[in-house]
Structures are given as structure tokens and as C-alpha cells.
Write a protein that binds this ligand. Structure first.
Ligand code: ADP
Length: 245
């Protein structure tokens, strides 16, 4: 489903991704962990071209981009972004639109779907994230956790093949984190392909099929949660995990 080969990205003289290669199969939940500033978010943003890598290749489904050779035009970006949906740390809902209208916006405006169809899908998705009773509320009437769940429904409304999560719970009060993780875990169990950057090790342990530890722009360790957490191979991973305890 996702094939990444020798991905490099620098900001000025700072090389942030140093040759990342990774395959993620359809239906897999891959959780990316690692210290702050190690390149996790940049990597995720490269997957939907919010950042353009300097070199390497990214293949999503049938769509393959090779960065040193190809000029990444707006047309290519629009095409490539259809494969994935992104859930951000801060959810950026439209404040003057209801939860349902926020979820309908992409399908109607970007995909040109009929409003009735988008409404039906939107209501279904809000039900799925536990917000069936809140569809007609505005963002300011919802808690941060509820707003983030609208953010997840909004990403799913576009029918992406892959969901990308960039620290989806780190802006939330601790008591609101659980409901968002529960929705993510349900999606994972339903077989959605997901790439999740998070500091929530409980989610990595419980929901991940694969855990990827990135440090200083490189993948240091990659395996099942059991392999990475219980049979840690690399000293740097051990140090990182020990610091969290
Ligand atoms: P992480 O998600 O692991 O905390 P990031 O991918 O956010 O790491 O950042 C990796 C490094 O790249 C950091 O040193 C950060 O300051 C730098 N960086 C990220 N985005 C930019 C940008 N747009 N311009 C310049 N430097 C950036």
C-alpha cells in the first residue's frame, strides 16, 4: 500500500530525513515514535506532500512519485493527496460551520458530491466517532476531544486509502485523550490503513501492528509492539523508552 524508498528532506543546511525506507501493507496500523525534533512530523507531511522531499520515492497504491526527477506541480499534489486523509494536532474546524457541515465540506466542495449524499455519509461518520447527537453543534459547543473526532470524521469523509495522524491527542486535556484514541483503535481494528505519529505509548502497545522508532532522521528500529517494547534491540531505542518511564 505504501512504499517509501530512500527519502531525504532538508531545511536549509539541516538534514531532517536521512534516507527513510519503509513499506506499510494495506490494513496496517503503523505507529511512529521518537524524540522531539527527530523528523516524525516532517516524514508524515511528506506522505501527503505538505512537505516536498528532496529525493527518494513514495508510492501510495498505484501512484508513484520520484522526487529528484519530477517537478511536483499543483496538479500532481492534488492527485496524490486523494490517497490520504490527514488528522492534525490542532483540528482547524471551520468555526461558523456545524460538525456535520465541517464533515460535508470536502466531499461537496472538493469532490463535487451531491449535498444529500455527503450529508448521509457525514451523519454515518459522526455516528461512528460517537458524535451522532452532536452533528448540529458548532465547534465552540464541543470539547477539544469531540472537535478532534470531528476532524477524524472529516478526514474519512473523503474516502482515503490511508489515514495519517500527526500527534492527534497532544493538544488535548488528558481526560479527553481516551475517547479519541478509542475511535482510532476502532478504525485500526476495522482494517483501516493508518500511519500515526504519537507520544501515546499505550496506543502504540495496544493498537499498532508495527512500531517504528525514528531518531535524528533515520529509522533505528521497526517491528511489532512486542519486538520494539519488550525485546528492544538498539541502545538508542532503549534510552528513549527508559526516559518515558
Ligand atoms: P518531530 O515531529 O519528530 O518532533 P519535526 O519533523 O517536526 O520533528 O522536525 C524535525 C526538525 O526539522 C526540527 O529540527 C524542526 O525544527 C525542523 N523543521 C521542521 N519543519 C521545518 C520547516 N518548515 N522549516 C525549517 N525547519 C523545520
Amino acid at each position: 500500500m505504501i512504499r517509501i524508498d530512500h527519502l531525504y528532506k532538508r531545511f536549509d543546511e539541516h538534514e531532517v530525513l536521512k534516507g527513510i525506507s519503509l513499506n506499510i501493507d494495506k490494513g496496517t496500523t503503523a505507529v511512529i515514535i521518537g524524540p522531539s525534533g527527530s523528523g516524525k512530523t516532517t516524514f508524515l507531511r511528506c506522505l501527503n506532500l505538505l512537505e516536498i522531499p528532496d529525493s527518494g520515492t513514495i508510492e501510495l497504491g498505484e501512484d508513484k512519485l520520484t522526487f529528484e526527477d519530477q517537478k511536483i506541480t499543483e496538479k500532481i499534489k492534488t492527485r496524490f493527496r486523494k490517497h490520504s486523509g490527514m488528522v492534525f494536532q490542532s483540528y482547524h474546524l471551520f468555526p461558523h460551520k456545524t460538525a456535520l457541515e465541517n464533515v460535508m465540506e470536502g466531499p461537496v466542495i472538493v469532490q463535487g458530491k451531491p449535498k444529500e449524499e455527503a450529508r448521509e455519509t457525514g451523519i454515518k461518520l459522526l455516528g461512528k466517532v460517537g458524535l451522532g447527537a452532536h452533528a448540529h453543534k458548532y465547534p465552540h459547543q464541543l470539547s477539544g476531544g469531540q472537535q478532534q473526532r470531528v476532524g477524524i470524521a472529516r478526514a474519512m469523509a473523503m474516502g482515503p486509502e490511508v489515514l495519517l495522524f500527526d500527534e492527534p491527542t497532544s493538544a488535548l486535556d488528558p481526560e479527553l485523550v481516551g475517547d479519541v484514541l478509542k475511535v482510532m483503535k476502532d478504525l485500526s481494528e476495522e482494517g483501516m490503513t493508518m500511519v500515526v505519529v504519537t507520544h501515546e505509548m499505550s496506543f502504540a502497545r495496544d493498537a499498532a501492528d508495527e512500531v517504528i522508532f525514528i531518531d535524528n532522521g533515520s529509522i533505528i528500529e521497526h517491528g511489532t509492539p512486542k519486538e520494539v517494547f519488550e525485546h528492544t534491540k538498539h541502545e538508542r531505542t532503549k534510552q528513549f523508552l527508559n526516559r518515558l518511564e
